[in-house]
Design a protein around this ligand. Structure first.
Ligand code: FES
Ligand SMILES: [Fe+2]
Length: 345
């Protein structure tokens, strides 16, 4: 299955991109990342236009990238500026991808750079807000992008997959409300007067019944944001404890993803022990998801006779998300078939 190209994906955390050339596959594209001397992040297609050698295996000479196979040299726009072997420079260029760096994230728009629209990204200012603290990272996932999207848009799985951390019976038992705004999908789940799952009991010191609110946002094709609020039950608008989880769901190749995460809280921001505990819990939750999605991938990939899936009410947001992605893919396929390939492709 191809991947949507005209949309934002989380390409890297800012501190992952430096003066060393690094390769990362993004939505089916090999991409070479580095920073210019002035700190600007650059992403070039990681295929030398000469004989396709990965440019990320080359070297930086100042801001000029030199291919390590026959020495073609490229500037930051991707244009070839010379080659050691001959005086006149070859007519060649590699594609430069549109990047946007904000709040410690390097976002990439693999498709037509002229269509890159910053307003499609959610607010991530809490990543740099001193009133919040967060942990972050990225895990490799050997499962297709859609499985990760559906995993996050249907959190009823917390009850079954994550019972020792963030899940309990209340999650699956509480229906969600789903709304859309353009291509974006939102869901909310209000769990009123329920037991707090172990992770929240431990990290918030809550005993007794709580109100727990989950507000999910899918910003297609690759961003998911979860707003979490918990408070002693009876609080109309829980002001107690706020957390946010950001997922960069970035397909790498057809059946693999980069699973970027950031987990933030706005209370006890200086408590390093709590931060370490939450990070360890986040990784254990994600490990359970990775295991589930990878065996699920195997089942989808090996199914010889495609059967109709059964769905229930809690799938509603995930089904909307799936439809949005299908629509975006169909629109891009139609454009390519009509010959209207976006500039820079
Ligand atoms: S493949 Fe890069 S210079 Fe030949
Ligand atoms: Fe999960």
């Amino acid at each position: 299955m191809p991947h949507v190209q005209n949309g934002w994906y989380l390409a890297a955390w800012s501190d992952e991109v430096g003066r060393t050339l690094t390769q990362r596959w993004i939505a089916g594209n090999p991409v070479c990342f580095y920073r210019l001397g002035d700190g600007t992040p650059v992403a070039l297609e990681d295929r030398c236009p000469h004989r396709k050698f990965p440019l990320s295996l080359g070297r930086l000479d100042g801001d000029v990238l030199e291919c390590n196979y026959h020495g073609y040299r490229f500037d930051a726009t991707g244009s070839c500026v010379g080659v050691a072997e001959q005086q006149d420079k070859p007519r060649a260029a590699t594609r430069r991808f549109r990047l946007l760096e904000r709040d410690g994230i390097v976002w990439i728009w693999p498709g037509d750079p002229d269509r890159a629209d910053e307003s499609q990204l959610p607010d991530t200012s809490w990543l740099t807000d001193p009133n919040w603290t967060h942990v972050k990272g990225v895990l490799p996932l050997k499962a297709r992008h859609l499985l990760l999207v559906e995993n996050l848009l249907d959190l009823s799985h917390e009850t079954f997959l994550h019972p020792s951390t963030i899940g309990n019976a209340a999650v699956a038992a509480t229906p969600i409300e789903v709304t859309t705004s353009g291509p974006r999908v939102f869901f909310q789940r209000r769990m009123i007067g329920v037991q707090a799952p172990p992770f929240y009991e431990k990290s918030m010191g809550l005993t007794g019944l709580v109100d727990r609110w989950q507000d999910g946002e899918f910003h297609p094709p690759g961003v998911f944001l979860l707003n979490i609020r918990l408070a002693a039950t009876g609080t109309e608008e829980p002001e107690g404890f706020h957390m946010k989880v950001l997922y960069g769901m970035t397909p790498s190749t057809e059946n693999e993803c980069h699973d970027f995460y950031a987990l933030a809280r706005d209370y006890a921001v200086d408590d390093a022990e709590l931060t370490a505990f939450q990070h360890q819990q986040q990784l254990s939750v994600m490990g359970e998801d990775v295991d589930a999605l990878e065996v699920q991938e195997l089942m989808y990939a090996t199914e010889r006779r495609r059967t109709v899936e059964s769905s229930i009410r809690s799938d509603l947001a995930a089904l909307r998300g799936r439809r949005v992605l299908q629509k975006m893919l169909a629109a891009e396929a139609a454009e390519e078939n009509s010959g209207a390939v976006p500039a820079g492709r």
